[in-house]
Design a protein around this ligand. Structure first.
Ligand SMILES: Cc1cc2nc3c(=O)[nH]c(=O)nc-3n(C[C@H](O)[C@H](O)[C@H](O)COP(=O)(O)OP(=O)(O)OC[C@H]3O[C@@H](n4cnc5c(N)ncnc54)[C@H](O)[C@@H]3O)c2cc1C
Ligand SMILES: *[C@@H]1O[C@H](CO)[C@@H](O)[C@H](O)[C@H]1NC(C)=O
Ligand SMILES: *[C@@H]1O[C@H](CO)[C@@H](O)[C@H](O)[C@H]1NC(C)=O
Ligand SMILES: *[C@@H]1O[C@H](CO)[C@@H](O)[C@H](O)[C@H]1NC(C)=O
Ligand SMILES: *[C@@H]1O[C@H](CO)[C@@H](O)[C@H](O)[C@H]1NC(C)=O
Ligand SMILES: *[C@@H]1O[C@H](CO)[C@@H](O)[C@H](O)[C@H]1NC(C)=O
Length: 585
C-alpha cells in the first residue's frame, strides 16, 4: 500500500492506542529495531538522545518546544476540569489552537489519541502529533531543523497555519518547523524584473492572507488572497495554486508570484524567479505545497485598489415553493452565473439539500448600480423558474460597494465566513466548464442525490481565462497550477454532514465520489481542498503536471527530506505498522 489508505489509518489508530511509547513526559527508549529505511519515532533506539535535543534547543536559542497536546487537560495526570470543558466546547473550531505549535485543525488526524472524548484515565499519547517544534524566527532556525532531521533520520514537517486538509502540517514523531511567527510583510513600490515592473508585496510565510491584504490595502493596493483570512499567504496556499475572490480578475494566487525565497533540503538559501531557477519557480507556484523546500517568503504582484461591489443572498425550499422548484432554481442559478464569471466576477456559496447561501458574488471594478444591472438576467430567470416566488426581497438580496476589495471583504464577507464550521470529512471535485456548457441534467441530478444524503458543497465559481489572456495586464509566467482548474467552472468541496469517525470518510471516498465521477469523469480536484485518501492522487490533484514536478523534486530533494501524503514524491514512502515513515522507492 503506497498511500495511507483508510485501512492503514485504522491500523495506525489501533496501534497507537495500544502502544505506550509516546506518553508525554516520559519517553523511555525501547529497543525497537527498524529497518534503516524508516525514519525514527520516539521509542526507537535510533531516536535522538535528550542531549541532542538540548543542543538543538541551544542552536535555535531556546525556541524548541516539546509537544503537549491541547487535549491533555482532559486526561490524568494533567486533568483540569475547567480547561477541559473549554477545550471540549471549542473542539474543531479553527480558533481553538492558534497559539499552540502542534495542534490539529482537523481532529480526524488525531486518531483519538488525546481528545476530550476519551475517558479521563486514558493516557494522553502523542499519536500523530509532532514530537517537537522549532518556533522559527530566522533562516538559521530553518537550516538547523533541516540539518537535525537529516542527520538523525527523523521526519520533518512544516506547520504554517495548520489548515492543511490532509494532516500534512503534522506527522508522527516529527520535528516541526512552526512558521507562524515568521510573518513580516513588506510593500515594494517599484519592483522590477524582466517579467514585471510595478508595485509588489513581499510576504514572509507566516503572514496570514488577511494581514497581507490589510497591509497592501493600507498602501492603496490589493493582492490576491484566500477568502479565509487565517490561511497563510506564502505557504500551502500559494504552493497549491490558491483561489480567492479576485482570481477572476487577476488569476490564481500562484500566478501573482514574482519570486520565491526558500531553503532547500541541502540547506541552501535559494531565490527562484521566472528567469532564475525557472524550473523551481514553476514547481513552487501551484505545484505542490511542502515538497521542494521550506519557503521563507514570496513576492507577489499588487494592483491599485478599485471600487468593488458584492451581492449576497440565499434561498431555500420554502422560498422557492417546494423541493422541485428549489432544484430548478439551483439549476437556473448555475447557468445564469456563467456570463458573470466570464467578466471576472467570482462567486462563493454553500449549496445544501434545502438551502443555497451565497456569501459573495464579488465584482471588482463594479459599483453597486452596475452589479445590480449585471444581476438582472439572473434575477429575472430565478423569478421565472419559481413562478415569481424568488425576488430580491425573498432572496434577502444585499448588494453593497466599497472603495477597495479589502474594505468590502471586512464589512460584508468576513462576518458571514465567521459562522462556518469545518465538516468532519471533505473531498473535492471540479465542475468542468465544458460540462456546464452542455446538457447538465445528469450533473444536476447527481448533485441533488448527493445533497439528499446529507452532504453539502462549498463552492467557488470563477473563470480565470480572461485574466490569463488579458494583453494589457502584465504577463503571468508559466507555472504548475492544475490545468483542470483553469478549465473549471467551479471547484466543489464536498462536505460530509454528520460528525463521526471513519465511516463518513469511507462513505465519502467509496460511495459519494464515484457517484460524482460517473457524470464528470476525470474532472480532477483542487489539490488543497480534496480528500487525503483520493484513489488517484497523481491524476486527480496534478492533472498532467505530475511527471515534470517529480523530476524537479528528484533534483532538489533526492532523499525525501520533505514528505506529504498528497504532495509530490508521496509514493516514495509508506507507513509501517507503528506509523513510521519508510522509504519504498
Ligand atoms: C478554513 C479554511 C479556509 C480555506 N480557504 C481557502 C481559500 O479561500 N482559498 C484557497 O485556495 N484555499 C483555502 N483553503 C485551503 C488552504 O489553501 C490550504 O489548507 C493550504 O494548504 C493552507 O496553507 P497554510 O500554509 O496556511 O497551512 P499549513 O497547514 O500550515 O500548510 C499546508 C501545507 O503547506 C506546506 N507549507 C506550509 N508552509 C510552508 C512553507 N513555508 N514552505 C513549504 N511548505 C509549506 C505544509 O507542509 C503543508 O503541506 C482553506 C482551508 C481552510 C481550513
Ligand atoms: C528550550 O530552552 C528553553 C529556554 O531555556 C526552555 O524554556 C525550553 O523548555 C527548552 N525546550 C525543550 C524542548 O527542552
Ligand atoms: C500549526 O500552526 C498553527 C498556527 O500557529 C497552530 O494553531 C497549530 O496548532 C499548529 N499545529 C498543527 C499540527 O497544525
Ligand atoms: C507576527 O508575529 C508577531 C510575533 O509573533 C505578532 O505579534 C504579530 O501579531 C504577527 N503579525 C501578523 C500580521 O500576524
Ligand atoms: C433532503 O431534502 C429532502 C426534501 O426536503 C428530504 O426529504 C430529505 O430527507 C433531505 N435529506 C437530508 C439528508 O436531510
Ligand atoms: C486587463 O488588465 C487591465 C490592467 O490590469 C485592466 O485595466 C483591464 O480592466 C483588464 N481587462 C479585463 C477584461 O479584465
Amino acid at each position: 500500500m503506497l498511500v495511507p489508505t483508510i485501512a492503514t489509518a485504522l491500523i495506525l489508530q489501533a496501534v497507537s492506542a495500544a502502544s505506550a511509547q509516546t506518553v508525554i513526559g516520559s519517553e523511555p527508549p525501547v529497543a525497537v529495531h527498524t529497518t534503516r529505511h524508516c525514519k525514527y519515532i520516539p521509542g526507537d533506539v535510533g531516536w535522538p538522545q535528550p542531549q541532542l535535543w538540548s543542543q538543538l534547543n541551544q542552536t535555535v536559542e531556546g525556541r524548541l518546544i516539546a509537544t503537549v497536546p491541547v487535549g491533555s487537560v482532559c486526561h490524568d495526570p494533567t486533568y483540569d476540569e475547567a480547561k477541559c470543558l473549554a477545550v471540549t466546547a471549542n473542539w474543531a473550531q479553527p480558533q481553538l489552537s492558534l497559539p499552540l505549535p502542534a495542534e490539529f485543525m482537523l481532529p480526524y488526524f488525531l486518531n483519538d489519541d488525546c481528545t476530550p472524548f476519551t475517558p479521563r484515565a486514558t493516557r494522553c499519547e502523542l499519536g500523530n502529533y509532532a514530537a517537537y517544534s522549532i518556533e522559527v524566527r530566522s533562516i538559521d532556525d530553518v537550516r538547523a531543523g533541516i540539518r537535525f532531521a537529516r542527520t538523525h533520520n527523523i521526519r520533518l514537517v512544516i506547520n504554517n497555519s495548520g489548515h492543511d486538509f490532509y494532516g500534512q502540517s503534522t506527522g508522527k514523531g516529527a520535528l516541526s518547523l512552526w512558521m507562524h511567527h515568521y510573518n513580516e510583510t513588506t510593500f515594494i513600490r517599484h519592483y522590477s524584473s524582466a517579467y514585471y515592473s510595478g508595485p509588489a508585496l513581499r510576504v514572509q510565510t507566516g503572514a496570514e492572507g488577511g494581514a497581507a491584504g490589510a497591509h497592501a490595502s493600507g498602501e492603496g493596493y490589493t493582492v490576491v488572497a484566500g477568502a479565509c483570512p487565517t490561511v497563510k499567504m506564502a505557504g500551502g496556499y500559494l504552493g497549491g495554486g490558491g483561489h480567492g475572490y479576485l482570481a477572476g480578475r487577476y488569476g490564481f494566487a500562484a500566478d501573482q508570484v514574482l519570486e520565491w525565497e526558500l531553503v532547500t533540503a541541502d540547506g541552501a538559501h535559494v531565490v527562484a524567479t521566472p528567469t532564475q531557477k525557472p524550473d523551481l519557480y514553476w514547481a513552487l507556484s501551484g505545484g505542490s505545497p511542502g515538497s521542494f523546500g521550506v519557503v521563507l517568503s514570496a513576492t507577489v504582484r499588487a494592483f491599485p485598489n478599485e471600487i468593488t461591489a458584492n451581492a449576497a443572498f440565499s434561498f431555500g425550499v420554502r422560498e422557492a415553493g417546494g423541493v422541485e422548484s428549489y432544484w430548478k432554481a439551483v439549476h437556473t442559478f448555475h447557468h445564469q452565473l456563467k456570463p458573470l464569471l466570464d467578466q471576472g466576477i467570482v462567486a462563493e456559496y454553500v449549496l445544501a439539500n434545502e438551502t443555497l447561501a451565497v456569501t459573495g458574488v464579488l465584482a471588482p471594478g463594479h459599483t453597486r448600480a452596475s452589479l445590480l444591472l449585471s444581476l438582472q438576467p439572473l434575477m429575472a430567470a430565478l423569478a421565472e423558474s419559481s413562478g415569481g416566488r424568488l425576488t430580491a426581497r425573498s432572496l434577502r438580496m444585499r448588494v453593497t460597494q466599497a472603495q477597495s476589495y479589502h474594505d468590502l471583504f471586512a464589512a460584508e464577507i468576513a462576518p458571514l465566513l465567521a459562522e462556518l464550521a469545518l465538516p468532519p470529512a471533505v473531498a473535492g471535485r471540479f465542475v468542468p466548464r465544458q460540462l456546464m456548457d452542455g446538457d447538465t441534467t445528469a450533473l444536476d441530478s447527481t448533485l441533488r442525490a448527493i445533497a439528499d444524503r446529507g452532504y453539502s458543497y462549498t463552492v467557488i465559481a470563477l473563470n480565470v481565462i480572461n485574466a490569463m489572456r488579458n494583453d494589457t495586464a502584465p504577463p503571468i509566467a508559466p507555472n504548475a497550477v492544475q490545468p483542470t482548474f483553469h478549465a473549471a467552472y467551479s471547484s466543489l468541496m464536498i462536505n460530509a454532514g454528520e460528525s463521526g469517525g471513519l465511516d463518513v470518510q469511507q462513505e465519502l471516498v467509496e460511495e459519494i465520489l464515484p457517484l460524482y465521477d460517473a457524470v464528470a469523469p476525470e474532472a480532477g480536484s483542487y489539490k488543497n481542498e480534496g480528500h487525503w485518501a483520493e484513489r488517484d492522487v497523481k491524476t486527480t490533484f496534478y492533472g498532467g503536471m505530475y511527471e515534470r514536478l517529480e523530476a524537479i523534486k528528484n533534483v532538489v530533494d533526492p532523499n525525501g527530506v520533505f514528505y506529504g501524503v498528497t504532495s509530490v514524491g508521496f509514493d516514495r514512502f509508506e507507513w509501517d505498522e507503528r506509523g513510521r515513515l519508510c522509504r519504498v522507492i
